[in-house]
Design a protein around this ligand. Structure first.
Ligand SMILES: [Zn+2]
Ligand SMILES: [Zn+2]
Length: 380
């Protein structure tokens, strides 16, 4: 979380009314909207901040907690990768827990305890949950995996081949190289815990060890957080990853691309990228396993007298299909080996005859059909 003052971001006083906050937000949002500031990174960042500020201050409940947490000195969490939203959420969870622990008695109000104790307890609760500790602990860390989904055309799935994908990857901040400190500012060993990140205090007969609030358990104190990454030490960059679609891939297949997940911290190994491939439906070709099904419309003459028709396979090849005289509707012609070819199997293509009956006949045509029926001995 950065030590952002949402009031100054919106340019309103700390006792501004909801109406004033709304008005300030509307004006700023208009001014910094990405549609107007196209490509201006600074303006984009500003727009994000404005929305973040409005998200908290427009909600009276959240605003009250934000005010209280600031009074408690929670801005000490600055640069620990926690947003105010995170912090408020944690505070709620912490209060719930405290409430349950106290036997569900009368719920204490927000800020019902002393300022110092409140911050200590809040911090300890992050520590208990592990999340804060994970985030704030410095040193070598493996990157997280990324899970994403792409949709590819039917033909691409059949033939396979390379495809490019843009993935937001977290990596070490290039400005501070992951230290979280603004270049030129100092990073000191925490004088309170002497760099251990933990402090002990005795309470009667017990010695209690808890994370050091002065350095947030890091063991180091950053004088000035890096402005590029808000002191988190990490930034997110959109990276183009080239992946190879195996020929004949099935809808729903997940591909693993090793080492293309989030970057590791301070030399830690990167995570992996998992891409679930969705195959778009085709108008003609329907797929079942490695077999392909298509419908072939035949007119009455073709079905009765036989014909030769050109059929396109899923690979774009043309094959001649011989339609024998007397072909029945629904008859399946099998084109061996013209289905989907994968590394492991070769499917067939099935062409299903769909005989089309003329909907309208002239008097002359009807007469011919009647003659035909009489010759066949058909009753009608
Ligand atoms: Zn940085
Ligand atoms: Zn410390």
């Amino acid at each position: 979380m950065s030590d952002k003052n949402y009031y100054s971001i919106l340019g309103v006083s700390e006792d501004a009314s909801q109406e004033e906050i709304k008005r300030a937000y509307r004006e700023l949002a208009k001014k910094y909207h990405p549609d107007k500031t196209r490509g201006d990174k600074k303006a984009e960042e500003r727009f994000k901040e404005i929305n973040e500020a409005y998200g908290i201050l427009s909600d009276p409940e959240k605003r009250k907690k934000y005010d209280q947490l600031r009074k408690m000195g929670a801005h000490h969490f600055a640069g620990q990768g926690m947003s105010w939203e995170d912090l408020i959420r944690h505070f709620d969870a912490f209060q719930e827990k405290a409430h349950a622990r106290d036997g569900g008695g009368p719920r204490f109000g927000f800020g019902g305890f002393g300022v110092d104790i409140g911050l200590d307890d809040l911090f300890s609760s992050f520590f208990d949950e592990g999340e804060f500790f994970r985030r704030s602990r410095s040193g070598r860390q493996a990157g997280q995996d990324i899970h994403t989904e792409i949709s590819i055309p039917f033909r691409k799935a059949v033939e396979g081949g390379p495809i490019e994908l843009t993935v937001p990857q977290q990596g070490t901040c290039p400005t501070c190289h992951g230290s979280g400190a603004e270049p030129g500012s100092t990073v000191q060993t925490c004088p309170v815990c002497r760099g251990t990140g933990m402090v002990s205090e005795s309470r009667g007969a017990f010695a209690i060890t808890r994370p050091c609030v002065n350095c947030m358990g890091k063991g180091k104190v950053i004088e000035k957080p890096c402005t590029t990454c808000n002191g988190t030490g990490t930034v997110t960059v959109a990276r183009t990853v080239k992946i190879n679609i195996p020929a004949g891939i099935e809808d729903g297949t997940t591909l693993k691309i090793a080492g293309e997940g989030h970057r590791g911290i301070q030399g830690g190994p990167p995570g992996d990228l998992y891409v679930t491939v969705r195959v778009q439906e085709d108008r003609f070709f329907k797929r079942k396993g490695s077999n392909i099904y298509v419908e072939l419309p035949l007119n009455l003459a073709q079905a009765l007298l036989g014909s030769r028709v050109k059929i396109k396979t899923p690979y774009g090849n043309k094959v001649i299909l011989k339609i024998p005289p007397g072909t029945q509707p629904g008859h399946k012609f099998r084109l061996k080996g013209q289905g989907i070819r994968t590394a492991r199997s070769v499917g067939d293509m099935y062409v299903i005859a769909k005989v089309e009956i003329p909907k309208h006949l002239t008097e002359q045509e009807k007469e011919l059909i009647r003659k035909f029926a009489d010759l066949q001995g058909m009753k009608y």
